[in-house]
Design a protein around this ligand. Structure first.
Ligand SMILES: Nc1ncnc2c1ncn2[C@@H]1O[C@H](COP(=O)(O)OP(=O)(O)O)[C@@H](O)[C@H]1O
Ligand SMILES: [Mg+2]
Length: 468
């Protein structure tokens, strides 16, 4: 069936009021004057599954809302469902915008979360936070389903929803998806729309992918140039995914920049004047500690590590004291929960560490900021990096590259397998703290040279040097 909304000469004259007038005297506010090429392709596609995906800020959610309005106006009585993963996201991203756009022409029933158009078309808003939330749509029929941020949906939820697209009428039967790389649904979205590897009854001709980059969206670039700067400053893999819509970046291991050839070095004797730091992680099952030195240019050298299971604080602290010898540290940073007091004891774990010779400084618990700070330290530029790990630190060298990305929160790491998280966690607390480059010690001067220096300084300040 040839659908009407594609025939409408909407983009030839790009008139903001054209559709509005057709609907009602009280106008729906549709403004296509800034529509971009990708959005236009999205509007015109007639495939059964249309994914508009890639970079953030490309104008995908905008396109979804406008497509819903176009379909509602052109097919009197059409039934549509618009989904986000959580109700909160739906509220934040669509309810206000849709209410403003539909301008009271389509009435919103807040309880039932349904916009009803004067011509009988409906747009229901919904969410699928838990896997089982999808069951509420079982047995319901929609002509068109929109899934915003489909990569936040599981494959099971997607397949359950495909079964709801049906109806004995001549309206188009379609699913419109928007998606960013990363998320629980990364793999199935990538398979169907990017890699196009089909199985069973999936028909390749049913799927169309429209790649988006943030640069498509002139409306955003003009109004908020800082948004692109923010994307430009992200670590390489996240930037390529979110700015350019690269689907190969956000899967699997988290620290893609880790390179043994660059980051692992043979131990050398740390110069006496370099500043030193320690960073610990302490949980029930493991005490982990890293020793870090900073050179004159602010480069980091992890020169010693410790990771032992089932240690009491007294035993663990004694080990750290012994390994540290006579070294001096600017601080030893530790997770904030060590300052929590339990019911049984008035003393916090941090107090016990201090009493056993390891005074601690409270670190930050912001996981994502910590991981991103490590990525920044690992960043390779000109074949070199600011972070070096002595080859004796076997646990860190093994665990850091083994950490997996959390598919629900692409900027976070998985907390499983748990054993590999302790040593990287210790590094994470350190990565968020200030450090100072080391200063070269002044060369020892003879008494005469010192006196000459003083005279020179005075002369520069315009004072007369005393005669002697
Ligand atoms: N054609 C357009 N005309 C006007 N504003 C637009 C247009 N496309 C996108 N925008 C605006 O640009 C911003 C980002 O668009 P959005 O759809 O939220 O991006 P995405 O969902 O891809 O992250 C929003 O403020 C949106 O309203
Ligand atoms: Mg969006």
């Amino acid at each position: 069936m040839q659908s009407n909304e594609e025939k409408a000469p909407l983009f030839q004259n790009k008139s903001p009021t054209r559709v509005a007038r057709a609907a009602s005297a009280r106008a729906i506010r549709l403004d296509f004057s800034l529509v971009n090429e990708k959005q236009e392709r999205f509007f015109k596609s007639e495939k059964r599954f249309i994914a508009y995906g890639g970079a953030r800020g490309g104008g995908k959610s905008w396109a979804l809302r406008h497509k819903a309005a176009l379909l509602a106006l052109n097919y009197a009585g059409i039934k549509m469902l618009l989904l986000r993963r959580t109700y909160q996201e739906l509220e934040q991203n669509h309810v206000t915008e849709l209410t403003a756009m539909l301008n009271g022409v389509a009435k919103y029933n807040m309880q039932r979360k349904i916009f009803t158009f004067p011509n009988g078309s409906i747009l229901k808003l919904g969410y699928c936070a838990a896997e089982s939330d999808v069951l509420q749509y079982q047995g319901q029929e929609y002509d068109v389903i929109f899934i915003d941020e489909a990569t936040q949906f599981t494959e099971y939820q997607f397949s359950a929803l495909t079964a709801c697209v049906r109806g004995a009428n001549n309206f188009p039967k379609r699913m419109y998806l928007t998606c960013n790389p990363g998320g629980v649904g990364h793999e199935w979205v990538k398979r169907l729309f990017v890699s196009r590897r089909y199985k069973d009854s999936e028909r390749p001709d049913d799927y169309e992918f429209i790649p988006a980059t943030v640069f498509d969206n002139k409306a955003l670039i003009d109004n908020d140039p800082g948004y692109v700067d923010m994307l430009n400053n992200l670590p390489d893999d996240i930037r390529e995914a979110w700015r350019d819509g690269n689907w190969d970046m956000l899967a699997g291991r988290y620290f893609t920049e880790f390179d043994r050839q660059i980051h692992v070095i043979e131990p050398f004797e740390i110069p006496e004047h370099w500043r030193r730091y320690r960073s610990i992680d302490y949980g029930l099952d493991c005490l982990a500690c890293l020793w870090i030195a900073v050179d004159e240019r602010g480069n980091y050298y992890i020169y010693r590590e410790y990771a032992e299971s089932d240690k009491t604080i007294a035993d663990g602290a004694a080990d750290l004291v012994e390994l540290s010898g006579s070294e001096q540290y600017d601080y030893t940073v530790a997770p904030t929960d060590l300052w929590a007091r339990s019911q049984e004891s008035a003393k916090a774990k941090a107090d016990l560490f201090r009493e056993n010779g390891v005074p601690l400084m409270k670190g930050s618990n912001n996981r994502e900021a910590g991981w991103l700070a490590i990525k920044d330290m690992l960043r390779v530029s000109g074949g070199d990096s600011r972070l070096k790990i002595f080859s004796v630190c076997g646990r860190l060298i093994e665990d850091l590259p083994a950490l997996q990305r959390d598919q629900k929160r692409p900027t976070d790491c998985m907390i499983e397998p748990h054993e590999i998280t302790h040593v990287p966690d210790a590094l994470r607390y350190f990565a968020l703290e200030y450090t100072f480059p080391s200063k070269k010690p002044k060369a020892e001067m003879s008494a005469i040279a010192e006196h000459e220096q003083r005279l020179l300084k005075r002369a520069r300040r315009g004072r007369k040097a005393p005669l002697f």
